[in-house]
Design a protein. Structure first.
Lengths: 140, 140, 140, 140
């Protein structure tokens, strides 16, 4: 019987906190689902910033977004958004995220982005320095 | 050889137009992806309104949203959002949507909603009048 | 007694209609006040577009905005936004606006913009073609 | 010559920090002016929360908002929003605010709210406990 520890998960990840603002709510009384999309992008910005890659914004169009909503969030609650760089592909990145309220999971999902010049319809391979900065175990 | 016409697609559907507003853009120069979510919901509101069901809002929490982004949209472009009630389940509805720019498909995806009382975590069967109003061929 | 007609008001003006979308509401049940700001800018875009000046966006930073809120607007109501180019200054424009619900005035106010290059802190005189396109009686 | 210290300013006040999110920007490259309105409301929520009055939201319709924009803010900058309860009237409150970027003032202005039941067009006097909680030197 070998005695090998499971490898640590070194994929880039971040957790940010945001209050549910009044403008995040709608007439149902709880959060509007567009708020989840904004929180996820705020977490992505923080993750990229921590890895020195925030300047990618403007060249990382979103190519897919999917989310399952599980519970309501209410004005003033503190939301935790956990985002992990789940897969670093040749020309794309997939993030997985979990949005939590005080004691519930409000939403889970994923966001896939690509690397493309501002006016180009075509994705390009990530520059080497981006791969180096974001590699972790996320690479495949 | 029989001579039977294919049945017409009578599922409820709607197409709305919206200009890309300045506040729909971001510093990449084109539309922010949150705009798609708002346009889809505007189309849903118009579809429900036309079938006398707009008062459902507030009791139809979103349970799943997925979208593939295909092309950029620019300030001032007129966007066409086509939304079809693709599936009327016992307690949920799935809409499929296509967002078009002037000569491109900008996004395709689906939105699934459920029927639930404002403070209840549990979905309920659609009231009979809702099924009657929205039935079309969407029922399964 | 002379027989002189009052001069017609030829200042550029526009009225647009927008439904109150679900995402325009908040947990108070009615429209969030940020919606007014977006509607006003949508009216401005339409006014500039009709005068061939929509390309100004990006070089017309907002310098002042003021609004008095008078009545609530509710999901699904059709809102009328009337915007008039009230004053065309050397380097700025002031629009006055009125936002109406079905039978009430919801908000009145004004928005002042300037002409400035994207990265410059300093306003510049309007180009001659802008003055010519927007002049009407708005010039001073 | 008397030796009287100026009275301390005990008006309720708060300063919050928010990063400029990607969705706060527009195609001009810098922040969209609607972001200021959201930041101001976030500061108001924090101020009321600290004084145990966050539950007022839903019964405090906005009655006036005015803002002067002075400088651009860019994606990723940390914004400081200082809000002070400048005047506690019988039925209304006026907040004054200053929004700062890293080394500039981006916007200054004021927001006036009233106290009203959710469906009433008429403002009411603040409840005594609200006055007690928010009084400070702001009362007049």
């Amino acid at each position: 019987m070998t005695d090998v520890a499971a490898p640590a998960d070194t994929r880039p990840r971040v957790t940010i906190s945001r209050p549910v603002e009044w403008c995040d709510t709608d007439a149902a009384g709880h959060h509007h689902h567009g708020a989840v999309l904004r929180w996820v992008e705020a977490a992505e910005a923080e993750l990229l910033r921590r890895h020195g890659q925030a300047a990618l914004f403007g060249r990382i169009p979103r190519v897919r977004y999917e989310v399952d909503y599980r519970n309501r969030l209410w004005f003033g609650q503190l939301v935790q958004v956990e985002l992990v760089l789940a897969r670093l592909g040749e020309k794309s990145i997939r993030y997985d995220f979990t949005v939590r309220g005080e004691d519930t999971v409000a939403a889970t999902g994923s966001l896939t982005i690509a690397f493309a010049q501002p006016d180009s319809p075509r994705a390009e391979p990530w520059p080497e320095e981006v791969r180096a900065a974001l590699g972790g175990q996320g690479r495949t």
